[in-house]
Design a binder for this molecule. Structure first.
Ligand SMILES: [Fe+2]
Ligand SMILES: [Fe+2]
Length: 310
């Protein structure tokens, strides 16, 4: 069958709401875009463990420590799950990991900011996992079966992450003046990077058009960012915190919160590798990879042994 016809059939299936499975025919561009997006997502889950892992030993009590430990472990699970889903597209996980370790692959820029206080852990759960939920709820309705199914499962855990974060934030916000100041400072530092998580403006997002036509994404970056702001501002108000945006105002007519311009220079600078923690994160991942070499070797030897025993 000619490619034009195949594409037509493929697009018809998508428009009928069918999901595309790994063995189905798909345009090469769809496959490539998904590999790019899904591997970046998997890398983000894994690198995302670092800023929070930094606080496990310093959590203020056992309950907080257990919750944070479980959350960081969940993120590892998300990463592994999405790497597996990416492999269904015919790539090898070790190649993807290699791209991460050499700095060739990208991951979410939010993880290149440092976690300076315990309040950052609350604010990350609230804002960063909150932003991830907005994005992933959309991805759960996407056209590629393995990815959308992974998102449904992952979103359930993200909700728990967000709740544990918001609980920390709410507790600090009604604590001593020092605690309130600490949590407000964390919000001030994480607010804009959280909005950047949705990516560049639609007009500067070169991949968005195809991704939307093929229902890999169902909403644009700006639409999702607006949804996140609309959801989050009332939550901030509920606990008496503010966001560092003098232009923020509610528009009665549209029912949306209007917000100021994002510092795109900062965004691109961090994407290019010049954020505060880019080098640290890559160094930590490389170290963990090297230190885990014996585990991979042992697993390989064990698998071979079982193979010959059968
Ligand atoms: Fe996650
Ligand atoms: Fe999470």
């Amino acid at each position: 069958m000619r490619e034009v016809q195949l594409i037509k059939q493929f697009e018809e299936r998508i428009n009928n709401g069918e999901s595309i499975e790994p063995k189905d025919w798909m345009p090469e561009k769809y496959r490539k875009q998904l590999i790019r997006m899904m591997s970046q997502h998997a890398h983000s889950e894994i690198v995302g463990m670092l800023p929070e892992g930094n606080w496990i030993t310093r959590a203020p009590n056992l309950r907080r420590k257990l919750a944070l430990l479980a959350k960081v472990q969940d993120e590892a699970g998300h990463g592994l799950y999405i790497y597996s889903a990416t492999e269904t597209l015919g790539v090898d996980r070790s190649d993807l990991i290699e791209q991460l370790l050499t700095g060739k692959a990208k991951y979410s820029s939010i993880f290149n900011y440092p976690t300076l206080s315990w309040a950052d852990i609350g604010v990350i759960g609230w804002l960063v996992d909150g932003a991830a939920i907005v994005n992933q709820t959309m991805l759960a309705k996407g056209s590629f079966g393995p990815y959308s199914r992974a998102m449904i499962r992952i979103c359930k855990e993200e909700n728990f992450h967000k709740k544990q974060g918001f609980e920390i934030v709410a507790t600090l916000a009604k604590g001593t003046p020092e605690q309130k100041e600490m949590v407000q400072d964390a919000v001030n530092r994480w607010w804009w990077p959280s909005l950047m998580m949705f990516g560049p403006h639609d007009s500067d997002s070169p991949n968005s058009e195809d991704l939307m036509k093929w229902k890999v994404k169902l909403n644009s970056n700006d639409e999702l960012r607006q949804r996140f702001v609309d959801l989050t501002i009332p939550q901030a108000k509920a606990v008496g915190l503010t966001v560092p945006d003098p232009d923020l105002k509610y528009n009665e007519e549209t029912g949306h919160w209007e917000f100021g311009e994002i510092n795109w220079e900062e965004f691109w600078n961090v994407v290019k590798g010049n954020g505060l923690m880019n080098k640290d994160r890559l160094r930590a991942r490389n170290k963990a990879h090297e230190e885990g070499a014996w585990v991979r070797e042992a697993a390989r030897a064990y698998a071979e042994k079982r193979e010959t025993a059968n």
